[in-house]
Write a protein of this length. Structure first.
Length: 250
């Protein structure tokens, strides 16, 4: 692992170059650590790629990453509901997000967006009943047929309540826990019953746009994909996007 101050020094050293090589990176680290092993350098390169500190331009060549961090906007309605759930169930792990964030990545904009509320398996039914008393359109782990026949036809923006996978990568915005970009990408791939409108070519485009626009932690994404049993399939998508990279290590 590279300390933050060392990463800053690294970025400053290479930020003006259009491209630099694995040998250039090795020379940088060996200035202060002459005995550093090549395996350690390879691991640092791997971690910097994962964290989007550097981006591979071709085999053995890189540039400094300049992608922005993903920060989803939570509207007033969703924020209010999230705070109500947190107040009512302070000891329950819960995450919320809005499917409309996918419109910034997809080719075809959807006007049938919905809110996703995820909670621990033992608490989803309780939260479902709690929200039913406050909102009209609330669905618990809906099957594809329910999404087709009911969710998509709601006049008000519906709420979908589903299980939160343990160790799912989340972020906190204004004290509200929401999905990271890594989690969103995996969920869209895995939850086809809910995100059926974003499959096929649309899914590939969402991944392509996400990786070109945002800083994405591939290690975090693949760990979550592994927990959902889809690591190999999602890794293949990433490899296609990155231009047939054989592996993440140089």
């Amino acid at each position: 692992m590279i300390k933050n101050d060392k990463r800053t020094e690294f970025v400053n050293a290479f930020s003006t170059l259009e491209s630099f090589s694995t040998a250039d990176i090795a020379a940088f680290f060996r200035k202060e650590e002459p005995e550093i092993k090549q395996m350690t350098i390879n691991w640092r390169v791997y971690k910097m790629i994962q964290d989007s500190v550097i981006v591979r331009t071709s085999r053995g060549h890189f540039r400094i990453g300049n992608k922005k961090s993903f920060s989803p906007v939570l509207d007033k309605n969703l924020s209010t509901v999230a705070k109500q759930i947190s107040k009512q169930f302070p000891f329950v792990s819960c995450s919320v997000w809005d499917s409309s964030v996918l419109n910034s990545l997809a080719q075809h904009l959807s006007n049938k967006c919905f809110y996703i509320i995820e909670a621990e398996k033992d608490a989803v039914e309780t939260i479902f009943h709690f929200l039913q008393e406050k909102k009209k359109a609330v669905y618990l782990n809906p099957a594809e047929s329910i999404v087709n026949n009911y969710v998509q036809s709601e006049s008000a923006k519906p709420f979908i309540i589903k299980n939160l996978i343990t160790e799912a990568p989340t972020v906190s915005i204004n004290d509200i826990v929401t999905s990271s970009i890594e989690k969103i990408l995996v969920d869209v791939y895995c939850d086809t019953n809910i995100f059926q409108a974003y499959q096929g070519n649309e899914l590939f485009l969402i991944y392509t746009n996400a990786f070109s626009q945002y800083s994405i932690n591939q290690g975090k994404l693949l760990r979550y994909a592994s927990r959902r049993g889809k690591k190999e399939e999602i890794q293949n998508i990433i490899l296609q996007i990155n231009g047939n990279i054989q592996r993440l290590l140089p």
